[in-house]
Design a protein around this ligand. Structure first.
Ligand SMILES: *[C@@H]1O[C@H](CO)[C@@H](O)[C@H](O)[C@H]1NC(C)=O
Length: 340
């Protein structure tokens, strides 16, 4: 604990709280192995080493989830291109395709946030001004403040569930401690290159047990937080380059390239175990016409398949926790019903 305390530079009371949390949750699980279906069961626990599809559903009957995610500020200046991506797209049950916006407070127009929420998109937390928190106190301060700002514009606190760290750089223990104190549900910042192949792609898992997965950037979590989820970002691959967000793959030039960088990774999910396919869209990507058009072409293509769903990250977790086969998802599956 001592090295942890120094590293995280926490004031005394948070240190004590944190230690208690870790002790309460960590002792048993630190030594125990997570055994799917034995000491860890849905809806509130899933092992990181579980390579099965939730509910034991066969791949061909599993809805393929696509997560279109955004980070940083949203305002009148960028929301247009963001929303163009969803224009006219419908899921197999006839409800509109939805995305998730992890909001940075600075430069964000909260009126736009409310509009996005009212359309059914999920609103999550990014940061106050785009700088990466380091200590547990800074993580908690940032998450709490951004959530406060969002809830002021009539997004209910219970609907704010997820965090995306600035620069896709998760904060490990410090971040998850803040997530648990603020009663959020998940992190969506952990990028993995090693788990980006058709046989290694993982479904979201909980931190009831450690170890979880090693994140390529930032800090991996080395502590247990029962019931809190990790929704992974599998690297994209294009002509020899790898990137967590497509804007970082510099060899994407044409509209066709932009279509292909998504398509090539998507089929690893779709033809494999159908784990959710996470797309990380940022302004540098969507403001380039070729890239935006290639993205729209890809999203139109996938919605022409009748078992692909573009839903929010928390809707994806709803499915993981309460899985149903594709045919059932299409009619009367409440978590995927049309917005509010
Ligand atoms: C948010 O994080 C930044 C970056 O580390 C830090 O400087 C700032 O103090 C934090 N804000 C709060 C309210 O904790």
């Amino acid at each position: 604990m001592d090295s942890l305390r120094t590293k995280m530079k926490m004031p005394h009371y948070t240190t004590i709280l944190c230690s208690m949390l870790l002790l309460a949750s960590g002792v048993a699980s630190r030594s125990a192995q997570c055994v799917p279906g034995v000491n860890c069961k849905l809806p509130n626990c899933r092992c990181s080493n579980d390579d099965s599809i939730p509910g034991g559903i066969p791949a061909k009957y599993t809805p393929q989830i696509i997560l279109v995610t955004f980070e940083n500020a949203v305002n009148e200046g960028n929301v247009g291109p963001y929303l163009d991506l969803f224009s006219g797209l419908k899921n197999p049950n006839g409800c509109p395709a939805l995305g998730t916006f992890y909001v940075q407070e600075k430069w964000t127009d909260m009126g736009v946030v409310k509009r996005l929420f009212d359309m059914g998109h999920e609103i999550g937390v990014n940061s106050i001004d785009g700088t990466l928190p380091h200590t547990a106190t800074e993580w908690l301060g940032n998450i709490t403040e951004v959530r406060r700002a969002i809830t002021q514009v009539a997004v209910p606190e219970k609907n704010i569930l997820g965090v995306r760290a600035p620069e896709l750089s998760p904060g490990g223990l410090a971040e998850f401690w803040a997530i648990s104190v603020d009663h959020l549900l998940y992190d969506a910042s952990c990028a993995t290159g090693s788990l980006a192949h058709v046989d290694s792609l993982l479904w979201p898992y909980t931190y009831d047990f450690i170890p979880g997965v090693h994140c390529d950037i930032g800090e991996s979590l080395d502590g247990t937080f029962p019931g809190l989820w990790q929704v992974l970002i599998a690297d994209l691959e294009f002509k020899g380059q790898r990137c967590a967000s497509p804007a970082a793959c510099t060899n994407v030039v044409s509209q066709n390239d932009a279509f292909e960088i998504f398509y090539n990774s998507f089929i690893n999910h779709y033809h494999g175990k159908r784990s959710p396919f996470m797309m990380v869209i940022n302004p540098e990507w969507v403001t380039v016409p070729n890239k935006k058009e290639g993205t729209i072409q890809f999203l139109k293509y996938v919605t022409s398949l009748n078992d692909v769903w573009i839903v929010t990250v928390s809707q994806a977790l709803d499915w993981v926790r309460y899985p149903v086969p594709s045919w059932r998802a299409k009619s009367g599956y409440a978590p995927w019903g049309c917005a509010h």
